[in-house]
Design a protein. Structure first.
Length: 401
């Protein structure tokens, strides 16, 4: 048995003729050593019986919120916490639309909305339904939120037409899961330092200079790398977001504090990712008392340059360390990103542009292009920051061999 051994897989089945393939998928997962909990919609039961699925999975099949016999509540929250992954196969156009828009009108959908684990979606429908803009928009939305879309195949459909919409075969779905879980520990033994969030540079006890960074991108990277086996030291500026408990977090406020905290751990790091939006300047004078507006008709601030954390630490980078920077630009992005990569000694740099809708500060999504010193360029579509973190992690590990 391989990487699926002892994994907890929730298999969601919706009302499609392709539901018959769920029986084969269940058997294959069980043979790989996975524990499979099936959640089926009422329409799904019209295509395949819970008795068949229960026999194959050796677990009761869940369809309703309550047991019809004794009123026992089936907790979608507990299922979401139990799972290592959720696979929705087949996923109909109706189910995909409800997932995209938070319509929780059956047990499968409430389970999806409570799911903490990665979700894999295997669409199954007729070619015109799959090609319809509403379906493609819904799938794009699910992908942006970090769901994995297992593309359907072209072939003969239930309508006897030939086209794209045929659910991926069970063997292909298992292969996708195996590939995902085989990368789970590809960072095992690696030590990673990540800077994230803004810095706040005090003007007085209540006012500061800062920016709109939330730290979401850096936290997503920390969570992803911990999931893949790394030891992560996250140096986090002021942020309301909370990383995984497995991430070692050092909270800081100012750029100077962030530099000192990063210096303390950088020498033990194999990888450093500079994702923080560090304030470039700070007030020369920090007032110890709140400045009263009534006493000041104008306020002149003299600013001094903050330390460039990435450049400072890049200058002492060892050859065996891999440093990654971030560049958020509003124009001339590619040239500026490459300049920063060279000037600061980065092995790679992640560019995102303020000109791209949905990218940068304050968004749950990002759109990035990654460059490295060898000339590789990889551009990605707009995705959730969790999905972007997976892309960046995979880019780095490939460069580490």
């Amino acid at each position: 048995m391989g990487v699926l051994r002892d994994k907890h897989i929730v298999l969601g089945i919706s009302g499609s003729i392709a539901a018959y393939k769920a029986a084969v998928l269940t058997r294959l997962l069980v043979r790989q050593g996975a524990e499979v909990q099936i959640v089926i919609t009422p329409a799904g039961k019209e295509f395949i019986t819970p008795i068949t699925l229960s026999a194959l999975s050796s677990r009761p099949v869940i369809s309703e919120f309550f047991s019809g016999q004794d009123g026992t509540w089936n907790s979608h929250v507990d299922i979401g916490l139990w799972a290592d992954a959720m696979v929705i196969a087949p996923a109909t156009a109706s189910t995909i639309g409800k997932m995209a828009h938070g319509v929780a009108d059956n047990m499968l959908l409430t389970t999806y909305l409570s799911m903490k684990a990665p979700v894999f979606v295997a669409p199954a429908m007729d070619l015109d339904m799959f090609a319809h803009p509403s379906t493609t928009d819904n799938l794009d939305l699910l992908a942006q939120r970090g769901n994995f879309i297992i593309e359907p195949q072209s072939g003969e459909l239930a309508s006897h037409l030939i086209g794209k919409g045929r659910m991926e075969e069970p063997e292909g779905i298992v292969a996708v899961l195996e590939e995902f879980f085989s990368s789970t520990l590809d960072y095992e033994g690696k030590r990673v330092v990540i800077t994230a969030g803004p810095t706040h540079e005090a003007i007085d006890p209540v006012r500061f200079i800062g920016n709109h960074s939330t730290g979401r991108m850096g936290i997503a990277l920390a969570d992803e790398l911990v999931r893949r086996g790394a030891h992560v030291d996250l140096i986090l500026g002021p942020s309301a977001l909370k990383p995984s408990d497995a991430v070692h977090v050092e909270r800081v406020t100012t750029a100077e504090e962030m530099l000192r905290a990063t210096e303390a751990v950088i020498d033990t790091a194999d990888i450093a990712i500079f994702a923080a939006a560090v304030a470039d300047y700070r007030p020369r004078i920090k007032h110890t008392e709140k400045i009263k507006r009534e006493h000041e008709t104008e306020l002149d601030l003299e600013l001094v340059r903050n330390p460039d954390i990435a450049a400072t630490l890049g200058a002492r980078k060892r050859p065996d360390q891999f440093f990654v920077g971030f560049a958020l630009e509003s124009n001339a992005g590619v040239d500026e990103a490459k300049r920063k990569m060279q000037a600061k000694g980065f092995n790679a740099i992640v560019l995102n542009s303020l000109q791209d809708s949905g990218a940068g500060f304050g968004h749950e999504t990002n759109k990035v292009t990654i460059f490295d010193q060898e000339g590789s360029i990889e551009a990605y579509e707009l995705k959730s920051k969790d999905a972007v973190a997976r892309d960046i992690a995979s880019f780095i590990i490939k460069r580490l061999g």
